[in-house]
Design a protein around this ligand. Structure first.
Ligand SMILES: [Zn+2]
Ligand SMILES: [Zn+2]
Length: 366
């Protein structure tokens, strides 16, 4: 079938709006009519060629839509279901078998190689292959093929066009707090970096009842926004000394810290702000080969912990519907971060995300 898609043809250049050919779903595949797709930082990093995803490629990995057709072997969803498309996984490795698919042993090939597992692509233009299946979807398009492993059915009682970001950015921040760090009522928590992931973490910290919730960022507008959605304190880190301020504020250090920046000096600062027995989560991606330097005595002697977190350590079939229900109850207002753009304005939406003008762009597609 003919579809409309935004194609990334070369690093650091605008995406091209093109008409492509999409193959019919194979037995295990699901055809989704895409209603809306969020733009995530990872799409921009891949567009810029900083990860080894081949081009030309259709990106997009926060798709929301309606099931239009299913392969013969598919039973998880039915035609007409409202769904979001999340990260892909193999379903067979030790992590997947323990419902920890964000740590799938094949996470990188299944999400970043932009081909099916057999190396083929379902997308082409005038007979020339275009890479697809990015995060098991490639949802910067009017239609996407995905899999039972990465499709999640959602309630029809909430606006579908809003839900795509729950599948990556929002799930990453909220899941880090709820699933990975397991922040609990009465504890202190700080997030370093108040982008869409960090702000999702703040909303989640409020949901679980943390009583000291701190946003650390260099952008005063973002700090104001963080206050409006649940931060009890904010720190402008342009002035330096964030860890000293956090230790003083909490009377000895944080129970939980979360780095969303992937910057080694910020991670060091986050660990230095921990109380004895405190835990720091790291979820921002650094260039391959990056290293973290810690004060070893401080780290060891307080029994502090540092942990890597992918996709909020989420089991998406369980966690995404939970986030939808929290949103429906008014307890998780992630819609306040969102700005909608027409699909044709995708390059403007990416630009506004890069400059910080928009916290979370969503493209309205169909
Ligand atoms: Zn796996
Ligand atoms: Zn993402």
């Amino acid at each position: 079938m003919k579809i409309k898609a935004a194609v990334c043809r070369a690093p650091n250049t605008p995406l091209d709006m093109e008409t492509l050919e999409l193959e019919e779903p194979r037995d295990t595949e699901i055809l989704v009519r895409v209603v809306a797709t969020g733009i995530c930082h990872t799409d921009i990093v891949v567009r810029d060629g900083l990860l080894p995803t081949p081009q030309p490629v259709v990106l997009g990995h926060e798709g929301a839509g309606v099931v239009e057709k299913i392969g013969k072997a598919v039973s998880k969803v039915a035609v007409g279901d409202h769904v979001v498309m999340t990260f892909n996984s193999c379903g067979r490795c030790p992590s997947c078998l323990e419902q920890a698919s964000s740590y799938c042993y094949e996470f990188f090939p299944r999400n970043f190689f932009a081909t099916r597992a057999d190396g083929s692509s379902a997308l082409s233009r005038n007979g020339e292959p275009v890479h697809g299946n990015f995060f098991g979807q490639s949802s910067f398009a009017s239609h996407a093929l995905c899999h039972e492993r990465n499709i999640v059915k959602v309630s029809q009682e909430v606006p579908l066009e809003l839900l795509g970001p729950l599948a990556c950015g929002v799930q990453t921040g909220a899941g880090a707090v709820i699933n990975a760090l397991k922040v609990t009522a009465g504890k202190s928590f700080a997030v370093f970096g108040a982008g869409s992931v960090g702000l999702s973490a703040i909303m989640a910290a409020r949901v679980v009842g943390a009583t000291t919730i701190v946003a650390v960022d260099v952008n005063p507008d973002r700090l104001d926004f963080a206050r409006s959605i649940g931060a009890t304190h904010v720190i402008d880190s342009r002035e330096g000394g964030a860890s000293e301020q956090l230790v003083e504020l909490t009377g000895g250090g944080l129970n939980y810290a979360l780095d969303t920046t992937g910057l080694a000096p910020v991670i060091r600062e986050a660990v230095l702000s921990l109380a004895p027995r405190g835990t720091c989560g790291v979820l921002g991606a650094s260039p391959p080969g990056s290293e973290i330097v810690l004060d070893e005595v401080h780290f060891m002697s307080g029994g502090r912990r540092l942990v890597g977190i992918v996709e909020g350590e989420s089991n998406p079939d369980v966690f995404i519907p939970e986030l939808v229900e929290l949103y429906r109850q008014g307890r998780f207002p992630f819609d306040k971060m969102v700005k909608f753009y027409a699909f044709d304005d995708i390059n403007e939406a990416i630009h506004d995300s890069e400059t910080g003008k928009t916290i979370k762009p969503i493209l309205k597609i169909g």
